[in-house]
Design a protein around this ligand. Structure first.
Ligand code: FES
Length: 331
């Protein structure tokens, strides 16, 4: 990324997010209700590198901000690919992408950012539900041919609604199990997770109900699996407000503020720092991540790893709170 910044193409925001305008080269239907967007720099310049699991933040023409996982080839430096499911009863972002003629338009894009990175493991089990295949498709392509053992369980309503079936079939390793619900019912997640070898890294992305089941099944194991989830919506147990009140010290600003039980830390911070970045406000995008200088955060996000949480050095302001009476932030 440094070389790209040196070329003067990107503007690096203070929150470490890169912002750029990319042109939509192509919009293609790849399954029922799913379109694939391919984007590139308007001058054909190389784009910042990314790893499987990464996502981009899009500012849509309406101003809506949405996050979509990269699902193309990380070795292609000239274009990014995302796939978007039309959510008829959603809040409009996917409908805008589906219903607007985006080809040749410039879109503001931030990132890539990776909250779902592949970590070293002896074995991998991927579980994808519906459009949850997008980050996982890049992961399994990365692992195919690596020699590491991996399997993918990919469920969807029907074959016609499931993106990337041909590409996944071409991996040809027998490691991909396609389970259309109208033909085979739901995947046997209890069987799969019960049989997973100790040390397996489980990566799951899909509807909230599926992720709840996966979480519950992994919790029945003797803590011998590593579970990583990628959510499209916030964890219902995430506590944006509520719990004990506490104080926040903004060390660089030189101010101490009370955080009452009925307000989020992000709201309180934005009372005095209007430019404090945020996006999802649900603890799933990582945009509001802030360094912690002192105190013990109470984490409720879906972004940080267990190690990052335990370090007490960083937190998501939008959903997380404090276990200590005062938090000191690097703001
Ligand atoms: S704004 Fe998305 S994690 Fe806080």
């Amino acid at each position: 990324m440094t070389g790209y910044l040196d070329a003067g193409v990107l503007e690096l925001a203070p929150d470490r997010r890169a912002s750029m305008h990319l042109v939509v080269l192509e919009r293609t239907r790849v399954a029922d209700g799913v379109v694939l967007l391919r984007l590139a720099h308007p001058d054909g310049l190389p784009l910042p590198a990314w790893q499987p699991g990464a996502h981009l933040e899009f500012v849509l023409p309406s101003g809506l901000i949405r996050h979509y996982s990269l699902c193309g080839d990380p070795r292609d430096p000239l274009s990014y690919t995302v796939a978007v499911l039309r959510v008829a009863d959603g809040d409009g972002g996917s409908r805008e992408i589906h219903d607007t003629d985006l080809e040749d338009l410039l879109l503001e894009v931030r990132g890539p950012r990776n909250n779902f990175a592949l970590e070293a493991a002896t074995e991998y089990l991927f579980i994808a539900g519906g459009i949850g295949i997008t980050p996982i498709s890049a992961m399994v392509r990365e692992l195919a041919g690596s020699g590491l053992p991996w399997r993918l369980i990919y469920g969807g309503r029907s074959r016609s609604s499931m993106a990337f079936l041909r590409e996944l079939g071409e991996l040809g390793s027998g490691a991909v199990q396609i389970i259309p619900q109208d033909e085979q019912g739901l995947p046997d997640l209890a069987g799969e997770l019960g049989a997973a070898a100790a040390g397996t890294a489980v990566y799951a992305c899909g509807p909230p109900a599926m992720l709840e089941v996966v979480t519950e099944l992994c919790a029945r194991r003797p803590a011998d699996l590593t579970l990583r989830l990628e959510r499209f919506t916030a964890d219902p147990s995430a506590a944006v407000t509520g719990g004990a009140a506490f104080e926040v010290e903004l060390r660089r600003t030189g101010i101490v503020l009370p955080v009452p039980a009925d307000r989020s830390l992000l709201d309180v911070v934005r009372d005095v720092i209007r430019t404090q970045p945020y996006s999802c406000a649900e603890g799933i995008c990582g945009t509001c991540e802030t360094d912690v200088l002192d105190g013990e955060p109470e984490h409720h996000d879906d972004v940080l790893s267990d190690e990052e949480r335990a370090s007490n050095k960083t937190m998501m302001l939008c959903v997380s709170r404090s276990k200590s009476a005062r938090l000191v932030l690097d703001l």
